[in-house]
Design a protein around this ligand. Structure first.
Ligand code: 13P
Ligand code: SF4
Length: 405
């Protein structure tokens, strides 16, 4: 198992997973501290053909009827997303699940932090299920609560007298959202980062949080791209906090001066897109439109024609003219789907090497079928439950985002 995945599982230690009734197959084991490991599926699920799996999912979904809602992030594989009642980016999915309070079960086909947010925002009777407990996010794992608390204490001391507002990207564990909630900050996603960052720095009298500076984590690139391209800040206004160095690797004067403090985290999938890819694709397809996700580095985003969340990327391609050619800088499952769903346009991946999110990829047809068939037997497996007081504090930060965005 890759080290990052293991770290992710350990970091999720505060998240509990409900046990099914005694003696039933649970599909997970409990580690010290409460972290969960996905155990292999019973052989039946791996022995079915893809067609048999699809047929069985269709039957289970039909039998569960309105008690079930399936949410699917745009990065999910075709064999999974085809069953989703809601598809979207992380902001849309966060709102959509709340629109089905009648459903008892929300099967969240995405990654762990998304399922946690769905649990926090769903009604008390609803159970949120993640088909594979190993579906984490390596970027979310790049900030852990101890490191953030340590950074916060150091910054309060060095920047005494300055109000700092913490902003966490949706791609973070629930305990980080809770930290942000109890310290007056908000969550943001790639579709509303500007609004949230502006709110953080706006005076309290104008409805803002009254911050003189903000600490943005865990994705330095979304923070930097938003600050420089949408808010008028200069590169020298943005300072990177490296959690593995004393004072984040900065001196005290720099920390006091900079209005934007960016956590040193990134997405390994979007980090594979380089400026050379943009140059090469423009040579190959003159007139091509390059559209990328804001988790890409600044040098890529500035070379692109447009950027935005996965939902925005989808809208940009759909709104294109017949015959238009697009290069898309994001996860390959979404790029392939956009190519298929827009046959009147040409859609290619910006990076010729496939950029797959290996954790999103963990959710597959067999895992989806396994959780659904357990639900038919009234066994709730892989339930994601964020305990109190983490849930209430994280909800504060999520609700601020929903109110502002
Ligand atoms: P979106 O909110 O744009 O879907 O992004 C989520 C994500 O994890 C991108 O890597
Ligand atoms: Fe996390 Fe990157 Fe995968 Fe998005 S693409 S879920 S940020 S690892």
């Amino acid at each position: 198992m890759a080290t990052l995945e293991l770290q992710g599982e350990l970091q999720q230690a505060f998240t509990k997973v409900h046990q099914p009734r005694e003696g039933a197959w649970s599909g997970h084991i409990t580690m010290a501290g409460g972290a969960q490991l996905q155990v292999p599926l019973p052989p039946r699920y791996t022995e079915l053909t893809p067609e048999e799996t699809a047929l069985a999912i269709a039957r289970a979904k039909e039998r569960l009827g309105s008690r079930l809602v399936i949410s699917g992030h745009h990065y999910q594989r075709e064999e999974v997303i085809r069953w989703a009642d809601f598809r979207g980016d992380s902001f849309k999915l966060c709102k959509d699940a709340a629109a089905r309070p009648d459903a008892d079960y929300i099967v969240f086909c995405g990654v762990h932090f998304m399922a946690e947010s769905a649990d926090i925002l769903s009604a008390p009777h609803q159970k949120v299920i993640l088909p594979d407990l190993h579906a984490g996010c390596s970027m979310a794992d790049m900030a852990d609560i101890d490191q953030v608390e340590e950074a916060w204490d150091a910054l309060q001391e060095v920047c005494a007298g300055q109000r700092i507002i913490p902003i966490t990207y949706m791609n973070s564990a629930a305990n980080l959202k809770a930290f942000v909630g109890r310290n007056g900050g908000a969550v943001c996603t790639s579709s509303n980062a500007r609004k949230i960052m502006e709110w953080a720095l706006k005076p309290i009298d104008d409805g803002g949080a009254g911050g003189e500076k903000l600490l943005f984590f865990p994705d330095q690139h979304l923070g930097r791209n938003t600050a420089l391209l949408e808010m008028g800040f200069k590169p020298e206004d943005c300072v990177v906090w490296n959690p593995f160095e004393d004072l984040g690797g900065q001196d005290e004067a720099t920390l006091r001066r900079a209005p934007i403090l960016l956590w040193k985290g990134h997405c390994s999938v979007h980090g594979t897109f380089m400026p050379i890819h943009v140059d090469n694709i423009r040579k190959r397809y003159p007139g091509i439109k390059v559209v990328v996700h804001p988790e890409c580095i600044y040098e890529v985003v500035t070379k692109a024609d447009a950027y935005g969340s996965t939902e925005k990327i989808k809208h940009i391609i759909e709104a294109g003219q017949p015959g238009e050619v697009f290069a898309v800088g994001t996860e390959i499952n979404l790029v392939s789907r956009l190519a298929q769903e827009n046959p009147d346009k040409t859609v290619v991946c910006l990076n010729p090497n496939v950029c797959v999110c290996s954790t999103m990829y963990r959710v597959d047809g067999p895992h989806l079928l396994w959780v659904l068939e357990n639900l038919l037997e009234a066994h709730v497996v892989n339930q994601i439950v964020v305990p109190e007081p983490i849930a209430s504090q994280a909800k504060l930060a999520l609700q601020r985002m929903l109110d502002i965005a």
